[in-house]
Design a protein around this ligand. Structure first.
Ligand code: FSX
Ligand code: SF4
Ligand code: F3S
Length: 371
């Protein structure tokens, strides 16, 4: 297989198989299934996909297009027949509308509908219109003939930033409007492109959608909290926290919980799959997770707010954190229980958290609210 990515570079069969193995592992499938996924990806009869944009920033499409080695976008676009995508298609105006309706009629009951962005509902949805139709009308029309719907991003899944209080346009997610179709939510602002690639590859390979959690998210990507696999987790377990942006602890890569990291309450694969194919994710570059895959957290809590910690101690399978070597700091159980108390007492928790013992490498935070 020799494909070309968006910059004209060839995608070798080796790279293609590497992605199939990565996807297979991400889906939790046995190793041998990578071959079956590759076969399905190369088979004729690519599924038709209609991609609608509503209230959003196009970050979902952007993150997909920015991936590389080889581009997830290239593989995805080779595997599907993307009949309508306002950002990527060459056509415009009546030509674009004609492509949309031709695909909806020609593939009735068989196409995948991908929705990016929230849907405004207030005042009959007048806050978002394309080709004279409201997002509400376009969604209902396209959903009627879809086999399944993928809501990509937190906006399409739950309303996202548009739905933040006071939600002036009455923005909602796809699932609040469409009730009679299978819907997969891929929240994240933006979500990991591999989650979309894996969902579509699973669909093309097995002709069904992957198993979902109670919020409609595929378990393969949202089944675990990112705190479980965070590279800063040993610091959390050892009680070593950054107290302020730029302090010694922050520079040393200590845990960001006291800066408001929502990792302990966020189900996502960021700490494993990461972004841009160069191994980065928010926490790796020093920013606390803001819980962008969680409806209850994203744009509903302040970045500095601390989340409740439900599992205060490390799993037995983790290597023990040995603090005796340095002769300082609390044992992991103490840290966990104090963390639990801090999280439980959110609000008042700021003062509880302030008493957390810290490594002498960290500094006291001048900003009390964030401590
Ligand atoms: Fe943006 Fe997508 Fe955020 Fe929303 O991502 S990255 S505002 S989830 O719909 O374009
Ligand atoms: Fe990582 Fe955040 Fe958990 Fe700390 S609180 S270990 S930075 S996910
Ligand atoms: Fe979002 Fe947190 Fe991942 S902010 S991108 S869920 S690290």
């Amino acid at each position: 297989m020799k494909e070309r990515d968006g910059w004209g570079r060839e995608v070798s069969r080796r790279d293609f198989m590497r992605v199939c193995v990565t996807v297979s592992a991400a889906l939790g499938l046995p190793f041998g299934m990578a071959g079956r996924i590759a076969e399905a990806a190369m088979a004729d009869g690519r599924p038709a996909v209609i991609w609608l944009h509503f209230q959003e920033c196009t970050g979902c499409s952007e993150s997909l297009l920015r991936a590389s080695h080889p581009t997830v976008a290239t593989l995805l676009l080779e595997m599907i027949s993307l009949d309508y995508h306002e950002t990527l298609m060459a056509g415009a105006g009546h030509q674009a509308e004609a492509a949309l309706h031709a695909s909806m009629q020609g593939n009735k009951g068989k196409y995948l509908l991908v929705v990016e962005g929230a849907i405004p509902t207030r005042q009959d949805g007048i806050y978002c219109k394309v080709a004279g139709k409201t997002a509400l009308e376009s969604l209902q029309e396209a959903a009627a003939g879809a086999q399944a719907i993928i809501a990509i991003g937190s906006c399409a899944s739950f309303g996202g930033i548009q739905a933040a209080a006071p939600n002036p346009t009455g923005a909602v997610g796809v699932g609040d409007i469409i009730k009679d179709k299978p819907i997969v939510n891929l929240p994240g602002c933006p979500p990991n492109p591999y989650s979309l690639l894996s969902t579509i590859l699973y669909f093309t390979t097995f002709n069904k959608l992957p198993e979902l959690d109670a919020k409609g998210r595929p378990l393969f990507a949202y089944g675990r909290k990112l705190h479980e696999h965070c590279e800063r987790r040993p610091h959390f377990d050892a009680g070593r926290f950054a107290q302020a942006f730029g302090d010694e602890g922050h520079r040393q890569g200590y845990c960001l919980y006291k800066l408001g990291c929502k990792g302990p309450a966020t189900y996502a694969n960021c700490s494993v799959n990461r972004f841009n194919d160069i191994g980065v994710w928010p926490v790796s570059v020093g920013h606390p997770c803001i819980g962008c895959t969680e409806q209850a957290l994203l744009f509903n809590t302040a970045i500095a707010d601390k989340v409740q910690i439900h599992e205060p101690t490390p799993f037995d399978s983790y290597a023990p954190v040995d603090l005796k070597e340095k002769g300082k700091g609390p044992d992991p159980l103490t840290t966990g229980i104090v963390g639990l108390a801090a999280g439980t007492a959110l609000g008042a928790g700021a003062m509880v958290a302030r008493r957390l013992p810290v490594d002498s490498g960290t500094q006291e935070n001048d900003h009390g609210a964030a401590d």
